[in-house]
Ligand binder design. Sequence first.
Ligand SMILES: [Zn+2]
Length: 162
Amino acid sequence: MSIARFWRETPRRYNLGGSKCTECGTIYFPPRAVCPACTRHRQSIEKMVPFQLSGSGEVLSYTVVHEAAEGFEMQVPYVIALVKTDEGPVLTGQVVDVEPDRVAIGLKVHATFRKLREEGKAGVIHYGYKFAPVDEPDRGPPSGPPAAAVPASSGARDRAPA
Ligand SMILES: [Zn+2]
C-alpha cells in the first residue's frame, strides 16, 4: 500500500478528522454518525458533516508513565495526557518534545504525527498523533538523545563567589 493511500484511508488517526453536528454545532472526535445531544429528537440524522480539528489544545490532565507497555520500551518515562482541543473534543495522547517534569495542566500543545509503536523485528510501524508543546524555548535537537544532559537542579548554577 502506498503511503498516500494509507494516509487517505485513516483520516482520524492522521488528520484528526472528526465530525460536526450541523444541528447544534457540537464537534466530535472520533467522528460520529449521529449527535447524542440531538438524537432524542432524531434531528441529527444526516446532519453530521466531516470536521477537521486543528490539533491545537491544552493539557487537561496527565500522567507520567514509568513502566513501558510492550512496544514502548525505548520511551520511558513518557507522558500521556488528556488534551482539550480548541474545538472541544478531548483527546488522549502522548506528549513529546518536552521533559516529563515540564508538562503541566494548561500547557498549550499541538498535535504532531509520529511513530506510535513498532511491532516486532518485522517493523510494522504504527503512526498517529502525539502532542508537542507549542512553545518550548529550550527544546533540544529534534531527534536523538540530548547532547548534554545538564542536571536542572544541581544547585551550582549562577552562584557567584561571595
Ligand atoms: Zn447535535
